[in-house]
Design a protein around this ligand. Structure first.
Ligand SMILES: *[C@@H]1O[C@H](CO)[C@@H](O)[C@H](O)[C@H]1NC(C)=O
Ligand SMILES: *[C@@H]1O[C@H](CO)[C@@H](O)[C@H](O)[C@H]1NC(C)=O
Ligand SMILES: *[C@@H]1O[C@H](CO)[C@@H](O)[C@H](O)[C@H]1NC(C)=O
Ligand SMILES: *[C@@H]1O[C@H](CO)[C@@H](O)[C@H](O)[C@H]1NC(C)=O
Ligand SMILES: [Fe+2]
Length: 455
């Protein structure tokens, strides 16, 4: 009798612990199943195709993804894909494993089409013997510095509520741009849902990015797993991991940098110091008389702004101060305002705040107009523009009730900025409102007949 009770008890215990264990394992099992489903299906077809400039504007880098390994990364291209003999170029691929729980993997392929003919339209298809993309096209920029590049520039565009995207897709397909600059914060976020949100974002920008070089810098939304999604998915010029680089385009020297090295110092103080040294050296080189004569304009882009016109902005403390402008707290090391001022940077693009703001020429909270009548003709300090309103699921951000006197213009509309660099003396900017069906809500010229250090 005792034995029977004992047996019964044991049995009950067993069942209970099994139920408990099953509950615990359920989540893991779901994860495993999702993953197995991903793996059972072969994904050899190229997707997420996008372009970037390589080490010169005549080197175009093609990047795409396959979920399964194809062991091959090939681009076929010609001026006329149907009638010409195709050129065939191989590149390399890398296995990218997302840092999420599922450790989802994909193969990211990179091929550089080197030394293309200037001012020429090419058609291309990428992939492997297991699958090819559709045929896309791009146009290489003209040779030399004497041409007038057109760009679209914006930050903070997500997967959800990407309100400007359709207009950008149409503009791009109409051939309006020579390049796009996305000033940080992609997808919201690329790592979300085990990087499925990143995949969908890269697919959604394909109609833009497979046709014109899509140049980028990292924002705070790319932080997860040490910016691994950003570094794996984008191939920018230089031999680094796309955190900072520069490129020359017509009369402009563009400089891309990471504002995030000032905030996520858990990933290494080294990144901050290395970037600062690189910026100093790159800007010094751009200022060599022979270089500045060829490319008088220096335009930088980084994600978080130096000046805040948003009360809620968490990067600005009570005195509206930022690390980017002043450098690290108390120490005041590595501030970028002094560096950019010293090297005569002309225009600085930022994003992060979900609106558009144009500043009067500014240095150390003081406005330095060229003159009262023409503030942007030979300004005595850099001009800053915040363009973070492409559209994302965090919506718009409000302005301060008391706008500072350095605020020249602001708009809460979703939209993006266009730049046409006419020549060495004239830049033209305009702000497109998507809310107002593409209406231009702000436009201005920056005119300079002398470039260089301001002081
Ligand atoms: C790619 O190469 C790996 C290792 O050599 C091999 O296991 C795999 O089957 C290959 N995949 C294809 C699609 O050929
Ligand atoms: C983060 O990545 C960078 C390369 O972009 C590397 O230099 C750094 O050491 C990494 N930091 C950590 C903590 O892994
Ligand atoms: C700069 O120019 C603008 C436009 O003319 C003007 O409103 C502003 O007061 C000027 N600021 C200074 C400090 O001169
Ligand atoms: C530069 O471009 C502006 C605007 O198109 C034009 O008025 C000016 O004449 C140009 N300068 C030169 C030197 O071509
Ligand atoms: Fe941001």
């Amino acid at each position: 009798m005792v034995n029977l009770t004992l047996l019964f008890l044991l049995l009950a215990l067993c069942v209970a612990s099994t139920v408990q264990r099953n509950l615990e394992l359920e989540e893991d099992a779901n994860v495993q199943q999702n993953l197995a489903q991903d793996l059972q299906i072969v994904h050899y077809q190229p997707e997420q195709v996008h372009l970037a400039f390589g080490d010169s504007l005549q080197d175009i880098v093609v990047t795409w993804s396959t979920r399964s390994s194809t062991n091959q990364s090939i681009v076929n291209f010609a001026q006329d894909y149907v009638h010409d003999k195709l050129s065939v170029i191989s590149g390399s691929w890398q296995l990218f494993e997302d840092g999420g729980k599922q450790a989802r993997t994909q193969y990211i392929h990179k091929v550089t089409l080197p030394a293309l003919q200037p001012g020429t339209r090419y058609e291309y298809s990428c992939g492997s013997n297991l699958g090819w993309s559709a045929v896309y096209s791009f146009r290489t920029p003209p040779a030399g510095d004497k041409w007038s590049p057109s760009l679209a520039i914006y930050g903070d565009m997500g997967n959800e509520n990407a309100q400007s995207l359709a207009r950008l897709q149409q503009d791009t397909q109409l051939g309006m741009y020579d390049a796009i600059i996305h000033v940080g914060d992609f997808a919201y976020d690329m790592d979300t849902d085990d990087a499925r949100v990143g995949d969908e974002f890269m697919r959604q920008i394909e109609t833009v990015a497979a046709y014109v070089p899509y140049m980028v810098c990292p924002g705070n939304h790319e932080e997860k797993y040490n910016f691994s999604n950003y570094r794996a998915r984008f191939n920018m010029p230089g031999n680094g991991d796309s955190l900072w680089y520069s490129f020359n385009m017509g009369p402009v020297h563009f400089v891309s940098f990471s504002t995030e090295v000032y905030y996520f110092i858990n990933y290494g103080m080294k990144l901050l110091t290395k970037q600062f040294e690189w910026l100093d050296q790159d800007l010094a080189e751009a200022n060599l008389p022979e270089n500045r004569a060829k490319r008088p304009w220096i335009i930088t882009f980084g994600h978080r702004p130096m000046y805040c016109s948003d009360d809620k902005e968490y990067d600005c403390n009570g005195k509206l101060e930022t690390y980017i402008r002043q450098g690290l707290p108390t120490l005041k090391w590595f501030g970028l305002e002094d560096l950019f001022y010293k090297h005569g940077v002309d225009v600085e693009f930022f994003a992060h705040e979900h609106f558009y703001t144009r500043l009067w020429p500014i240095y150390d909270f003081k406005v330095y107009n060229g003159s009262a009548e023409a503030p942007y003709t030979n300004p005595k300090a850099p001009i800053q523009i915040i363009t973070g309103s492409a559209g994302c699921n965090e919506n718009r951000e409000p302005f301060s009730n008391n706008l500072p006197d350095w605020n020249a213009f602001h708009s809460n509309d979703y939209g993006y900025t266009r730049l046409k660099a006419h020549n060495g003396t004239h830049l033209y900017f305009e702000q497109v409102s998507d809310d107002k069906e593409g209406q231009i809500v702000d436009s201005f010229w920056v005119i300079k007949d002398k470039h260089g250090a301001y002081a």
